[in-house]
Design a protein. Sequence first.
Length: 395
Amino acid sequence: MNKKLTDKVTWVGKTDWELTRFHGDEYSTRKGSSYNSYLVRDQKTALIDTVWQPFDKEFVSRLKKTIDLKKIDYIISNHNEIDHSGALPELMREIPGTPIYCTANGEKIIRGHYHQDWNFVNVKTGDSLDLGESKLVFVEARMLHWPDSMMTYMTGENILFSNDAFGQHFATESLYNDTVDQAELFAEAMKYYANILTPFSSFVTKKINEVLELNLPVSMICPSHGVIWKDNPVQIIEQYLKWADNYQENQITLVYDTMWNSTRKMAEAIAAGIYEADPSVMVKLMNAAKEDKNDIITEVFRSKAILVGSSTINNGYLYSIGGLLEMIKGMKFRNKRAAAFGSYGWSGEAAGQLTKALAESGFEIVNDGFRTLWVPDESVLASCAEYGKQFAQSI
Ligand code: FEO
């Protein structure tokens, strides 16, 4: 159901309660998501973003109940990944000549996706569109998180339509940040930042500072996923500045996979050693083969240091760890320390390869890693605990 946010602005998006996987299998969405689209009605009318293609017919049909489509003067496409531009073909069948305002990169992406010669108007930072009493002012946000990304600021209502920035994959009926479970909301906002925006943190800092310098009043931040930040909207901006600044908590996370529990036993003994050395540190263990990969990335994001462990198999490490290392490499984490560990039977290459991979991903390597032959006995487990102690003391 479409929902009025102010006299001039109506949410016309889609809440997707059932979504569990996003971007193929790349992102888990245990709390669903939403594709937020906004209808802005002044003397002129603009539609900001659409929804994901599977909901295109529902979107257009609901939009028709709110407005005669022919009265839409402009379409603003802040970002053209398919979850926001997916309903354009269905919509443009009805209003084919309506101008689509987007960045030059946005036009390329829309053309590449839909192969249509629609009426594109390219905009840059500072360009604006007069709607009557209010104006839409465009702010390019390149690489936040695609080359085409931009935000749109509405004067008068003082609303920032931020698209993916400040979003969360979080389905809610109420729409607003102050009427949902706060622990769930911030967990999802952090997971979203950790998994989607971490590689672009330097752009986040730069863009936020650039926008803050404009001293624009902000009554609401309306992202393209999840809640609208209405209660103290600046809180999510402040949070992003912290997350973008090589974020870490007093946490050490051990991520491992294990064939016959030897590497698991090592992980548990190392964790005990870390805690013994520093009871103030939060220690978490995650089996990469059993835990959600995006949750693991979020915990790595929160950590000041990580330990990655794997049994050696076929002269290498286990595939769950391989997949995770590939994700970690893409995140471009900075200011984090790491070391490796693992059990082996004969050749024992895993720990060395993990150390190398972690170094190549930008982690500061604390030591050469710790290996155990076959199943660790009490004395080896004591050595693991000692290894954990030394690791904690070196952080
Ligand atoms: Fe929500 Fe980058 O699309």
